[in-house]
Design a protein around this ligand. Structure first.
Ligand SMILES: *[C@@H]1O[C@H](CO)[C@@H](O)[C@H](O)[C@H]1NC(C)=O
Length: 255
């Protein structure tokens, strides 16, 4: 009987958490400075599918409010020799996520090849991101934090590359945001993590932290399903149970 109550309450909480998404609260607006000004936002990721697996709440939030989103993917994800296929999959996912294809750039740089053991050059990343900011007139950058959600070294190097750019005095006040890597318990709690994320954003209000709820969680599935070569059972489960399908907490990168 006890387990039945436990499962039932977990189920009720799960549904209640999903309902929260449809009652937008004050905390979820990503209002940096002038809220009416449409911004050019650059999302920097390491591999095709990072955008769908981790950043969908942020992308949906930004595109639905008319911000102009660009994506810079630093590798083709060629660890299994499927780089060319995965490149196409990223374009398909971006079509679902309503990111204009001409604003999606996928690099295949010899020094930035997909692989856990491959150390990526932070100076090189800083230079590439700087060029992209200048070319597209970017107002703010979003990327991984120093843990990189899954702990993948390529994710972490992307973070440190951008941090390196901010260390340059002329970029020190540039607006850059990192996706908060949560504990394993929160990471796999699905929409239940919405409560924790909202609470945390409420504890630290203002301009340092934003909690973005995914207004269309189904889009995470649709976008991820475009990554056919990656769409295996355990990733389907991941997208279901991952809190990153439902909510993103963004923290301002401060040096
Ligand atoms: C890292 O990249 C920079 C810029 O391209 C280059 O000058 C430097 O030699 C590279 N460092 C290493 C260790 O490859």
């Amino acid at each position: 009987m006890d387990w039945f109550l436990l499962v039932l309450s977990a189920f009720v909480l799960w549904i209640a958490s999903l309902c929260i998404i449809y009652f937008p609260s004050k905390v979820q607006y990503f209002t940096t400075g002038d809220t009416l000004h449409k911004k050019a936002v650059l999302l920097v990721i390491a591999h095709p599918d990072d955008e769908s697996m981790f950043f969908t709440p942020s992308l949906n939030h930004l595109t639905s409010r008319g911000h102009n989103v660009h994506i810079l993917c630093l590798s083709t994800g060629n660890a299994d020799r499927m780089g060319n296929i995965r490149k196409d999959e990223l374009y398909k996912a971006c079509a679902v996520l309503k990111v204009p294809l001409k604003q999606v750039e996928i690099l295949d740089h010899p020094e930035l090849q997909d692989g856990f053991g491959n150390v990526w050059n932070h100076t090189l990343i800083a230079k590439i991101v700087e060029d992209s900011i200048r070319t597209h007139g970017i107002d703010l950058v979003i990327t991984f934090d120093s843990y990189g959600v899954s702990g993948h070294s390529n994710h972490r190097d992307v973070h440190f590359g951008i941090r390196k750019l901010l260390l340059d005095p002329q970029w020190s006040s540039f607006e850059a945001w990192q996706l908060d890597s949560t504990s394993i318990l929160r990471k796999y709690s699905g929409p239940l993590d919405i409560w924790v994320s909202i609470f945390m954003a409420w504890c630290l209000p203002g301009t340092k932290q934003f909690c973005l709820l995914n207004e269309h969680p189904a889009k995470s599935f649709q976008a991820m399903a475009q990554h056919m070569s990656q769409w295996v059972w355990f990733r389907k489960l991941f997208v279901c149970f991952s809190s990153y399908t439902y909510v993103n907490t963004l923290l301002r990168i401060e040096l």
